[in-house]
Design a protein around this ligand. Structure first.
Ligand SMILES: [Zn+2]
Length: 75
């Protein structure tokens, strides 16, 4: 899963981009969109992310997007 795909998943789940003025090639910050207003950073990468980064993004928004919203429940 790369940056573009992660961003699509975040937006599909109600996340809100916080860096509307940033150009391509940078990390992007997102808010979860619920009243708790948690934030996470999606690092810039043109390649697929490692599992550690994906888990940390998922964990940040799990409270409102649901367990496993990004890469699925733990097996
Ligand atoms: Zn939230």
């Amino acid at each position: 899963m790369n940056q573009r795909e992660v961003i699509k998943r975040i937006k599909d789940n109600g996340g809100v981009p916080l860096d509307t003025k940033r150009g391509k090639g940078s990390h992007l910050r997102f808010g979860c969109g619920c009243p708790e207003n948690k934030r996470t950073t999606v690092p810039y990468s043109k390649d697929d992310y490692g599992i550690g980064i994906l888990r940390s993004i998922e964990k940040a928004f799990e409270h409102c997007m649901g367990e496993g919203w990004l890469i699925g429940r733990k097996r």
